[in-house]
Design a protein around this ligand. Structure first.
Ligand SMILES: Cc1cc2nc3c(=O)[nH]c(=O)nc-3n(C[C@H](O)[C@H](O)[C@H](O)COP(=O)(O)OP(=O)(O)OC[C@H]3O[C@@H](n4cnc5c(N)ncnc54)[C@H](O)[C@@H]3O)c2cc1C
Length: 443
């Protein structure tokens, strides 16, 4: 072991090899599989508490992650604590979303400026290639160990000792830890193998960057609800480098399913009159990429010496497809639960259940309201028209309220409370009456 270490120091061909040689014999408190948003944030909080944490990541940073790059207010709190928001702002790598709005299914447009209503912007756009590397570096700076290019394929818990052995079929190195955190993303092959994550993810979303200089997008962020895509939607967000990120979210429940993504991604950006007008005639689009979305929360995200985190646990809002903030909130909850478990020397399934209860209480239960909202939008897309229409009358204040709920700063139940529900219900009725009258006239 010592000899191998000296050899590697003398011939440092690859920094990960040195890291692996020096750490593979240790027993870590926690091993996290996946250095995405969830894995890196949790590693940061664990390491900050002095808990010995190892992160295994199958790729090498900097690496891309297919995403809409919209980082909401709740996520910004964690980024701030990690020092990452400050870095992003100092390096001018983020674009605050102030100017923007939505286009409803029947084409009612509302664009406003949320900056007038808020001290803190609801969203900042940051490319994931930049963000994810900064997050894992923040965790490593706190003391977490990272091994890149290590794809975990097998995990075995030695029950009597309460120790996991973590393996890859592409490497001879094995790692040991008292707790395993599965944060391997929406597909979660490991979570499925361990029997806690059930079936494939329900939704899918495309992404393509539109090159800076090839578009004339005048806003920071706009959501478009083409009628046959509802409850899904398209989004355009401007990045700090002038690129625009284009996403098409297919959320089940409406006319479209995941098999339509390729066709719809290209169709909307070319043919949707509002999007094509906003972008201009000659956009240079990156080749479409797509990834899956597991939303709504899995029913059991814990086991013996085991937690499931982030997209793997379905910690994504069913109405927006956004998950960064929830992955970060759950990471903090996981880290404090583990700290308690280590102190009490109790890492059994019954104890770790409190992690599940806590994230359900913090945000998971609200996903049920999101699901109700999805149903409302599918049955009555006119509800989205009513929203755009009321915003036109009431202005940025109303729009900002909606934005807070959509981005998770306020709970989704607020949609069903009188302050929003009443004006939206009245407007829905008004629009219906108006449309009936017009239809009669046409006859
Ligand atoms: C197209 C699209 C657009 C989206 N837009 C937004 C948005 O605008 N805002 C928002 O908040 N959310 C958005 N989301 C959701 C957001 O991307 C996720 O919620 C977020 O990435 C969750 O982080 P995670 O760490 O759980 O998973 P991931 O970010 O997927 O990270 C998982 C990590 O695990 C690694 N890994 C996987 N398997 C293994 C293995 N076996 N061994 C080792 N490592 C492994 C992967 O390489 C990866 O680094 C979007 C999702 C999609 C698909």
């Amino acid at each position: 072991m010592l000899f191998a270490g000296i050899l590697l120091q003398l011939f440092p061909t690859n920094s990960e090899i040195i890291t692996m040689a020096t750490i593979s014999d240790d027993i870590f408190d926690v091993c996290i599989v996946g250095a995405g948003i969830a894995g890196s944030t949790c590693a940061f909080y664990l390491a900050k508490k002095g808990i010995r944490t190892l992160v295994l990541e199958k790729k090498k940073f900097p690496r891309d992650k297919i995403c809409g790059d919209a980082i909401t207010e709740r996520a910004q709190i964690h980024l701030n604590r990690m020092g990452v928001l400050q870095e992003i702002l100092a390096e001018k790598k983020g674009n605050w979303a102030a100017l923007g709005g939505l286009v409803s299914p029947s084409g009612i447009e509302y664009y406003g400026d949320s900056a007038k209503e808020l001290d803190q912007h609801l969203v900042i756009a940051v490319k994931r290639k930049i963000l994810d590397e900064k997050l894992i570096r923040a965790a490593v700076n706190q003391g977490a160990k990272l091994v890149e290019n290590y794809s975990v394929t097998d995990t075995i818990l030695l029950k009597e000792k309460g120790i996991w052995t973590i393996k890859s079929d592409k490497s001879k190195k094995e790692f040991k830890a008292k707790i395993l955190i599965v944060a391997d993303g929406a597909a979660s092959h490991l979570g499925r193998k361990l029997g806690l994550v059930d079936g494939p993810p329900q939704a899918t979303c495309s992404r393509a960057y539109i090159e800076s200089g090839s578009h004339q997008f005048p806003y920071d962020g706009v959501c478009y609800y083409p009628p046959n895509l509802v409850p899904g939607y398209c989004a355009l967000f401007k990045e700090a480098d002038g690129d625009v990120v284009y996403c098409c979210y297919i959320i089940p429940g409406g006319e479209c399913d995941t098999s339509h993504l390729l066709e719809l991604h290209h169709k909307f950006i070319k043919e949707d009159p509002f999007m094509s007008k906003a972008i201009g005639p000659n956009p240079k689009l990156e080749k479409m990429k797509a990834a899956t979305i597991r939303f709504g929360g899995i029913s059991k995200s814990y086991g013996d010496h085991l937690l499931i985190l982030g997209d793997a646990a379905g910690q994504i809002d069913p109405v927006t497809g956004e998950g960064i903030q929830y992955a970060m909130d759950a990471s903090e909850i996981a880290a404090s639960t583990i700290q308690e478990g280590l102190k009490r020397n109790n890492l059994g399934e019954r104890f770790l259940k409190r992690y599940h209860r806590r994230w359900m209480k913090s945000f998971g239960r609200d996903f049920k309201w999101s699901q109700r909202m999805v149903k409302v939008c599918v049955k009555y897309p006119i509800f989205l028209d009513a929203f755009a229409s009321v915003s036109k009358r009431k202005g940025d204040k109303f729009m900002t309220e909606w934005g807070k709920i959509m981005t998770g700063s306020k709970t989704k139940i607020n949609f069903f409370l009188p302050k929003l529900a009443f004006p939206l219900a009245f407007e829905t009725l008004r629009l219906r009456r108006k449309r009936k009258k017009l239809a009669k006239k046409d006859k």
